[in-house]
Write a protein that binds this ligand. Structure first.
Ligand code: PEP
Length: 248
């Protein structure tokens, strides 16, 4: 098992309400302390209240996307400059739902990672293959291509990002990659990073895709898996807390 400190990030996606958020966060905070680092990435409108609730709590927060632009006539976009004003430590970029539903290219994702880093926000860069790509034996090539765009855009700063391997076929489906399947891809990603930065061995590589309390321990026990990006199970305090404990 690695000596890297584990990180567990909740991706709330487009879920939440003032009341639901308060209940969820109180449930998580009541279970502190956690040995692992924890964060929640929430919808933009809730950043303000989450920043107040979580200030000095030990639980970090972030967003689920950011614009590649810093300001201007980009209706509907939210910049990393704005996210920084709300104390975001993290921003997810390149989630498969953004790639699939909003046509985000590898280059756009890489550029978003770059603007976030420039504002002191750690990008959580998602990579992952579809089921068709896995069945065609293309997993390694797909994740390599996706990560490569980020490596080229960031140069030596690549050492500052978090990478999340999220096989598309495992997201929200209840179908998890086996620990061996996940580890195999994580090892490939770390080797690719090692060719780009001496900091690769310190970098956090998260697994995401139907992580639940009952599979988290084995997944997080793999040599190159440093925690998780959690969707559905991040919406229930007891599940998120159990996953955090599994990462301890
Ligand atoms: C995600 O959306 O990043 C995710 C991993 O979702 P789930 O845990 O629900 O599969």
């Amino acid at each position: 098992m690695s000596q890297r400190h584990k990180l567990v990030v909740g991706n709330w996606k487009m879920h939440g309400s003032h009341a639901a958020n308060a209940e969820l966060l109180q449930g998580i905070l009541a279970s502190r302390p956690f040995a692992a680092e924890a964060a929640v990435c929430v919808p933009f409108p809730y950043l303000s209240e989450v920043a107040v609730t979580l200030a000095n709590s030990g639980l970090a927060w972030g967003a689920q996307d950011c614009s590649v632009h810093e300001q201007g006539a980009y209706t509907g976009e939210v910049s990393s400059v704005m996210l920084a004003e709300f104390g975001c430590r993290y921003v997810i970029v390149g989630h498969s739902e953004r790639r699939a539903y909003h046509g985000e290219s590898d280059q756009l994702v890489a550029d978003k990672a770059k603007v976030a880093l420039a504002r002191g926000i750690t990008p959580i860069v998602c990579v992952g293959e579809t089921l068709a790509q896995r069945e065609a034996g293309e997993t390694a090539a797909v994740v390599k291509r996706q990560l490569s765009a980020v490596v080229h855009a960031l140069g030596q700063c690549i050492g500052e990002v978090v990478v999340a391997y999220e096989p598309v076929w495992a997201i929200g489906t209840g179908r998890t990659a086996s620990p061996e399947q996940a580890q195999e891809v994580h090892a490939l990603l770390r080797a690719q990073l090692a060719a780009a930065t001496p900091r690769a061995s310190e970098m956090k590589l998260l697994y995401g895709g139907s992580v639940k309390p009952d599979n988290a321990v084995t997944l997080f026990g793999q040599a190159d898996i440093d925690g998780g990006l959690i969707g559905g199970a991040a919406l229930k305090a007891s599940d998120f807390v159990a996953i955090l404990r599994a990462a301890s």
